[in-house]
Design a protein around this ligand. Sequence first.
Ligand code: FAD
Length: 227
Amino acid sequence: MILTLTEKIVRSSDCTSFCFAPANKIDWHAGQYMQFTLPHQNPDERGINRFFTISSAPHEGFVMITTRFAFDKSSTFKKALFSLEKGSSISALPPKGEFIINNFTEEYVLVAGGIGITPFRSIILDLEYKKELGNGSIYLLYSNRDNEIVFKDELDRVAVNFNKFKIRYIISPQRCDIGLIKIAVPDYREKIYYISGPGGLVKSVEEGLVADGISQSAINLDYFPGY
Ligand SMILES: Cc1cc2nc3c(=O)[nH]c(=O)nc-3n(C[C@H](O)[C@H](O)[C@H](O)COP(=O)(O)OP(=O)(O)OC[C@H]3O[C@@H](n4cnc5c(N)ncnc54)[C@H](O)[C@@H]3O)c2cc1C
């Protein structure tokens, strides 16, 4: 499918959202991703395809991806993406992925490492829109390397309106590990976990939970390779 760039939103000094209008209506579940293809000159060995989570919620009607730019160290794909002009097109395969919440009646802990916030922005705004956010409860544990916290304003707005949605921002050098989860989340053993972000963080939080006796079946993972 073809998507046309309608807007770029700078989120922090190295993070931007790209909003695309799909040529035909696309349905997706909050938390899903797409594979994007962006042909460009002299691609490096990482090539012209990338997976990105759709960070917009389905009711917003546009496809938004949110990603970091490593400046000189960036891949040729990211350089091409960040230099796209409004009105340019990109192609993508249909949305996929199981990192979704089907039945929001349970108690959830969402663990985001940096850019791993993207599926949670979609999920939380979707639940808010469907008026389901009061049904279960959510603890969002959101780790960042500094105070430039992507989507903080939107997340804080939702937390003000729903007392069962709680956010804990964790700024480096503090780390999100099992010790912090025990302090931050009451009845942490009774929750369903969703962990998203660069591989190292996802793996270490998962290992901490499993070592503490939490069942693998209560843990959902979304690895972002390449960081
Ligand atoms: C299901 C899924 C969902 C995802 N969702 C998102 C998302 O929402 N947002 C997001 O940002 N990412 C997401 N990703 C990850 C994304 O696909 C990229 O892997 C990631 O953004 C890194 O992009 P890049 O490879 O272009 O590297 P860059 O971001 O350009 O660079 C990242 C780092 O790699 C180093 N590097 C760059 N080029 C090379 C090279 N040729 N060889 C070795 N090192 C190099 C750089 O020094 C830099 O530190 C997702 C991945 C999956 C599988």
